[in-house]
Design a protein around this ligand. Sequence first.
Ligand SMILES: Nc1ncnc2c1ncn2[C@@H]1O[C@H](COP(=O)(O)OP(=O)(O)OP(=O)(O)O)[C@@H](O)[C@H]1O
Ligand SMILES: O=c1ccn([C@@H]2O[C@H](COP(=O)(O)O)[C@@H](O)[C@H]2O)c(=O)[nH]1
Ligand SMILES: [Mg+2]
Length: 261
Amino acid sequence: MWRRVASLSSTISSSSRSLSRNQVFFQAAFGLSIRESYATEISKPGEEGVLRPKEKAPFITFVLGGPGSGKGTQCEKIVETFGLTHLSAGDLLRREIAMHTQNGAMILNLIKDGKIVPSEVTVKLLQKELESSNSSKFLIDGFPRTEENRVAFERIVGADPDVVLFFDCPEEEMVKRVLNRNQGRVDDNITTMKKRLKIFEALNRPVIDYYKNKGKLYTINAIGTVDDIFKQVLPIFTPFEEQLKQSRHVNPKSPLVENSS
Ligand SMILES: Nc1ncnc2c1ncn2[C@@H]1O[C@H](COP(=O)(O)OP(=O)(O)OP(=O)(O)O)[C@@H](O)[C@H]1O
Ligand SMILES: O=c1ccn([C@@H]2O[C@H](COP(=O)(O)O)[C@@H](O)[C@H]2O)c(=O)[nH]1
Ligand SMILES: [Mg+2]
């Protein structure tokens, strides 16, 4: 049984002293950048301080592809089938705009112009969602957009993806889909779309190449019906099925933690 550890600082190596308190909890519970370290089990009286291997790291999938390639559409199907928790970086940023937060106006201007929001802002939003979720398996949609995003996620969250999906779609099809989307997005117009496509080619391609070289990239032909495309996605997750079934509530902040075994 997991309980919030009274004093984690002694169980975490001195190299992690500069981490935030939340990050220390996140790392200890999810086993992220300190995957091989240990957490303290203090649930049984008399056994305080006894070390045991930590909980498993969360299962992370990055979902990449150009604007309108069908990332969000396929994520919905993956969620239905495998129960992963969907975190769309774009949606998190749009929520900041809708909530008129401190960064809202700046984010709106960048999105209108098809530009990339500073890594620190996006990664902090993702980190907050990861930390407060009861899930241990995530689909991170539309992120990382740039090499800088990728490095910032590694540095701040301390995690690597298990799987990277790339929805490969020809530009003219992406333009057609975006212009027909009709969801009232400020960036769904031809002027912004041209900028987004340029930025995708210049900044996202290196990220795709990075994961290709690491052997983590699964390229999907994103032309065809939604169901045809999902037929290519399904077998990618099959080898991870057992791992995905074993999802547990591992967030130390969750009220469910006391009841988990
Ligand atoms: N296979 C498909 N065939 C035709 N239209 C599709 C297909 N998949 C998705 N669409 C439609 O294309 C539009 C864009 O899809 P979606 O929002 O999933 O793309 P996205 O990659 O998430 O885009 P963005 O990066 O702009 O958020 C939507 O209106 C969606 O319904
Ligand atoms: O990591 C991210 C994700 C998104 N953005 C900005 O938001 C828009 C829309 O993103 P979608 O994934 O297409 O919903 C994108 O063009 C960027 O301006 C970002 O900066 N960083
Ligand atoms: Mg989307």
